[in-house]
Structure formats: structure tokens, C-alpha cells
Write a protein that binds this ligand. Structure first.
Ligand SMILES: Nc1ncnc2c1ncn2[C@@H]1O[C@H](COP(=O)(O)OP(=O)(O)OP(=O)(O)O)[C@@H](O)[C@H]1O
Length: 576
């Protein structure tokens, strides 16, 4: 049962690529035809020897073509045809396999990425970005390497064995049986190798993922590394990870390198039988010289390709270890974004109710305990409280990044758990505590807020929301203005500038609910006061949740909820 396991990812891959089966069959056909054409010259050489030695007694003569000159002529034409056929099918199979590899790689990458985007937050918290990038990129590339060449090689080796075996049996069954005796051992050896190599390659891929994770982590935190002069420490960390990768590969290399010499000894045994026993038969006159030369040439073609089995199986194992990782990722259950009750954003009033909500992050103690809060439509609610008390968690539950363990969150009286996830999120403009900007221009980052909206966003609208977020002034003072590139994660901007762009983006979204989690914590008092004035206008007609530490931020709130240790400790009315 265990030995069948290595084929499982291949079967899964086949099922995955089933829609391309016509292309796969064509590629398989071309590979087989190429191999058959490739084997034919040896038979033609044998026939040529047969013609010149036995002339009008030759095999071709017995087939009806008596004149040796015509026999040689026919062999010439056949040689031309099979060489032409070999070249043609080589071209065709290469194009077919490579295109198939490109198509499947492209689709796998897109499907895997689309699926990863749907997975819930807890999934990402348990994995590093680097290791996911390694699956989405390196592992998918491994698959391309196998489909480019490995699949064709496996087919050609099998075709070679079957084709040559058939000719052997037709010419001299005893030699066929004897020379093929090592084959079961070689095939069993290949399975044994697969069995041994599978966990080794799985480990190699896992270690490769760890290196990617470390590199991504270190490069993201480069400023911290520099400020703590921790370059050497990071280099040591990478050296350790790289070393475990090297060692994991070392174990695989040891195994795969032993495979070819062992196979070669089996091959040699088969070849010796053909050479020596066939020679004796030819000397005795019971085997024609032409047939003997065909057997000698073909035994090479039969057995030597088996030495390639090692590298092919090696390539296969590496590819399957990667395929397993990619397909496992695709098979990870994800919440359905488009299931549930539809919600038209235009119909959302914005009445929010937390009803006896309790929640704990996976493996942690309770963060929220029986939280109940009602935020009527169109009002501003502020959440204050000590750091780590659970304020952001409330906002995340409203966004349904997580599901409560007990209780429920309701929007306009409907439990949000029953709503279509995408619709719910479209109804909320969310400025999270850790601002994230994409590598692109300022205008592109603001325009992100209009995704999903019909029609393009014009420059005037971007400018309008930037003004409301008090960002217009600093943007226009930059040499490229709205076309300024913000750098990865917006690192070419200050913290306060990033926050204002993130706010502008959320304002552009124009959602009936606005959640501001420490949205102005990094701007100065004067700018914040200006933003507050804008927010007062923006808040009209929508429900606003403000999470803040500064009292000035929540001055105009209709209600203030104080969160302490995961509970609502106090509710007050308007403070401003
Ligand atoms: N993804 C997570 N996994 C596990 N624990 C988490 C996670 N996010 C937050 N926590 C924990 O949950 C608790 C509440 O966090 P939360 O971010 O809601 O606090 P907060 O009140 O918004 O704090 P702050 O005012 O510092 O922003 C904290 O103890 C935190 O350590």
C-alpha cells in the first residue's frame, strides 16, 4: 500500500489537469512515436547486415524483395523516413509537453493564489509569508521541470522497453528472457528508491520553505536589523537554515547517486547475456549474423536507458513532493465568499449589534467575554480601553476575519454569519491599525478603495478624498505628486502619511459603515483636528466605529464603550 503512495500526487495532478487531457494524449502520442522512430535505425542496421551477408536469402528477400540492390535501396528510404519521423515527433512532443507544462503551471499558480486569498486569517497566522511564497513559486516551478522533460522520459523508457522487448522475443526468445532477467530487479529497485526518496524530498521542500520564510522575514525587518546591528545574527540564522536544507538535500543526493551505479550493474548483466550467449549461438550458426547485430545494438537501447531511470525518478519525486504541497494548499478548506444571504450595499442601514460575543484566538485564552453592544445606524461609537483589551478584535469580528465562539454579531438585525462574506465586507470601510500600502503610486493606492465599483475612478475624486483625509497637501508637495511611488509597504512615506492615504482609501470606498482602528494615531494634533472635522462630515449617514487611545479622537462620539479585559466595562453617551 505504501508503495502506491508516490503515485497519489500524480493522480491528483492528472485529475487537476483533466481538462487538458486531449493535449496530454497528443503529447504522449508524439513521445511514443518519437521513441519508435528512434529504435528503428538499429533494426535497419541489422537488416542491412542481413542483406549484405545473405543477399537473396535475407529476411527482406523472404518478404518478397529478392534483388539485394533494391533491398539496400528500400532500407535507405526507410532510414530516411524514420529519421525524418524522429525529428518531426521530437519537435512535436517538445512543443506539446512544454506548452502543457506552461499551461498547467499558469493555472496552478492562479488557482493556488486565488484559493490562498480566500483562506481565513488564522491560516496566515500559522504560516509565514515566505513559506507560502515558496509553495506558490518554487514548488510550482518544480512541476514545470518535470512536465517539460520527466514525463516524456518516463514514457520513452517504457516505450523503449516494450518495443525492444517485442523485437527480442520475435528474434530469439531465450536471449530475450535472459537479457530481461535484471529488469524486474531494476523496476523493483526504482520503487524502493521512490519509497525511500519520498520523505527525503518532502523534507527538502519543507526546508526550502523555511529558507524563504527566513529571507522574507529578515528582508521585511531590515531597518530593525540595521538599528540593532543584528546583521551577523541574521546571517547566522540563515546559515543554520541553509545548512539544514543542504543536509536534507545531501541525504537525497546520497540515495539518488547510488541508484544509477546499481542499475548499471543490472544492465551490464543483461548486456553480457546478449553479447556472450548470442555470440555462441551466432558461432554455432543457430542465430543469423544480422539478427545477432540487431540484438547487440538493441540490448544497448533496451537496457542503457534504464540508467536514466534514476535521474527521471529523482525528477519525478522532487516534482511530486512539490505537487503535494501545492495541491494540499489548494485543498485547504476555505470559507465560501459568495455563499449566504446576498446583501445590497445600498440597502445597508448600518445598525450593528454585538450580542453576547465571546471569542478566543486559536490556542489562546478568551479575548472577549460576553460582549454586548448596540450601535444604532448612523451613529458614531467609540471604543477605548487599555492596550490588548480586545478592541481591534471586535472590529475584526465585525469584518468576519474570525467567527465568535459564542454569541453573534448582527447587521440590521441579521446575523452577519448568514450574510455573503464579500457583500458584508463591501459594506464596511476599514482602516486597520497596521496600515498596508501596495507597491505602486499614491493615486493607485487610494483608488484601491474603489475596487468592485462600476466605472473608473477619476483624478478629481481621488483628490477630493485625499483632501478629506488631509493628505492632499503633502501629496502635492512631493515631486511626482499623486504619481509618487510609495515603495514596498509604503516605506517611502512617513507613518502619518501612510495613515492618511489609508484613510483616503477607506473614504473613497464610500461604505455605509466605517471602522477606524487607531486611524489617526500617527498624525500630529493639528492634522488630527482637521481630519476630525472631515470625519464629522463623512460620518453623516453612516455608522462609524472609532477605536482610539486619544480622547480628542472620540470627542464627537454618540457612545463611548470602555473595553477592559475583554468585557465592556462602561458605556457613556456623547462626550463631545
Ligand atoms: N491574531 C492573534 N492571535 C492570537 N492572539 C491575538 C491575535 N491578535 C490579537 N491577539 C491577542 O488578543 C488580545 C486583544 O488584542 P486586540 O488587538 O483586540 O487589542 P486592542 O484592545 O485592540 O489593543 P491595542 O489598544 O493595543 O490596539 C491581545 O492580548 C493580543 O495579544
Amino acid at each position: 500500500m505504501r508503495l502506491l503512495n508516490p503515485a497519489a500526487p500524480l493522480r491528483r495532478l492528472y485529475r487537476y489537469g483533466f481538462r487538458h487531457r486531449a493535449q496530454m494524449r497528443w503529447a504522449v502520442f508524439c513521445s511514443i512515436m518519437n521513441k519508435l522512430c528512434d529504435l528503428a535505425p538499429e533494426i535497419l542496421i541489422g537488416a542491412a547486415v542481413d542483406v549484405v551477408v545473405r543477399r537473396d536469402q535475407s529476411f527482406l528477400a523472404s518478404a518478397g524483395l529478392v534483388d539485394p540492390v533494391w533491398q539496400v535501396g528500400l532500407l535507405g528510404v526507410l532510414t530516411l523516413l524514420v529519421w525524418g519521423g524522429e525529428s518531426l515527433f521530437q519537435y512535436l512532443y517538445q512543443v506539446a509537453w512544454r506548452n502543457l507544462a506552461q499551461t498547467m503551471q499558469h493555472e496552478l499558480r492562479l488557482d493556488a493564489f486565488a484559493h490562498v486569498q480566500k483562506l481565513d486569517m488564522a491560516f496566515f497566522e500559522d504560516r509565514s509569508t515566505g513559506s507560502l511564497v515558496s509553495i506558490l513559486n518554487d514548488d510550482i516551478n518544480q512541476l514545470e521541470r518535470f512536465l517539460d522533460d520527466g514525463a516524456n522520459r518516463i514514457l520513452q523508457i517504457s516505450t523503449g522497453c516494450l518495443g525492444v522487448g517485442a523485437v527480442f522475443f520475435a528474434i530469439q526468445p531465450t536471449i530475450a528472457v535472459l537479457s530481461m532477467l535484471p529488469m524486474p530487479f531494476i523496476i523493483a529497485g526504482s520503487f524502493w528508491f521512490q519509497y525511500k526518496a519520498e520523505p527525503l524530498y518532502a523534507e527538502v521542500r519543507e526546508k526550502a520553505g523555511l529558507i524563504s520564510a527566513r529571507l522574507a522575514n529578515s528582508l521585511t525587518g531590515i531597518a530593525t536589523i540595521k538599528s540593532y546591528t543584528a546583521e551577523d545574527r541574521e546571517a547566522v540564522g540563515l546559515a543554520a537554515d541553509s545548512d539544514t536544507y543542504r543536509k536534507a538535500n545531501g541525504a537525497a543526493i546520497k540515495l539518488s547517486s547510488a541508484f544509477i551505479p546499481v542499475v548499471r550493474m543490472g544492465v551490464l548483466a543483461g548486456f553480457m547475456v546478449t553479447l556472450v550467449y548470442g555470440g555462441w549461438l551466432a558461432l554455432e550458426g543457430s542465430l543469423a549474423i544480422g539478427a545477432y547485430s540487431v540484438l547487440i545494438f538493441l540490448s544497448q537501447r533496451l537496457l542503457w536507458p534504464l540508467t536514466e531511470m534514476g535521474s527521471t525518478v529523482d525528477l519525478y519525486q522532487r516534482a511530486m513532493a512539490s505537487t503535494r504541497r501545492v495541491l494540499d494548499l489548494i485543498d485547504t478548506p476555505a470559507p465560501a465568499l459568495d455563499q449566504g444571504q446576498p446583501l445590497a450595499v445600498a440597502d445597508v442601514k448600518g445598525d450593528i449589534r454585538f450580542d453576547g460575543v465571546s471569542f478566543a484566538y486559536a490556542g489562546r485564552d478568551r479575548v472577549l467575554e460576553d460582549v454586548s453592544a448596540h450601535i444604532p445606524a448612523g451613529t458614531v461609537a467609540a471604543f477605548i480601553g487599555t492596550t490588548g483589551s480586545g478592541k481591534s478584535t471586535l472590529a475584526k469580528l465585525l469584518m468576519r476575519f474570525y467567527e465568535p465562539a459564542r454569541g453573534q454579531v448582527l447587521l440590521d438585525g441579521v446575523p452577519i454569519a448568514t450574510l455573503r462574506l464579500h457583500d458584508l465586507r463591501r459594506a464596511i470601510g476599514f482602516v486597520s491599525q497596521d496600515v498596508f500600502l501596495f507597491d505602486g503610486t499614491i493615486a493607485e493606492n487610494i483608488a484601491y478603495g474603489a475596487i468592485g465599483r462600476a466605472g473608473p475612478v477619476d483624478a478629481a475624486e481621488i483628490e477630493r478624498v485625499a483632501k478629506l483625509a488631509e493628505a492632499h497637501e503633502f501629496i502635492t508637495s512631493l515631486p511626482q505628486g499623486y504619481d509618487t511611488l510609495v515603495g514596498e509597504r509604503g516605506q517611502k512615506l512617513s507613518g502619518g502619511q501612510r495613515q492618511r492615504l489609508s484613510l483616503a482609501r477607506a473614504i473613497l470606498k464610500d461604505a455605509p459603515i466605517l471602522v477606524l482602528d487607531e486611524a489617526t494615531s500617527a498624525v500630529d494634533n493639528e492634522t488630527e483636528a482637521a481630519i476630525q472635522r472631515s470625519l464629522e462630515t463623512i460620518a453623516i449617514g453612516r455608522t462609524t466605529l472609532v477605536i482610539a487611545h486619544r480622547l480628542t479622537t472620540i470627542r464627537h462620539a454618540d457612545q463611548v464603550f470602555t473595553v477592559e479585559d475583554g468585557r465592556i466595562a462602561c458605556v457613556r453617551g456623547r462626550v463631545g
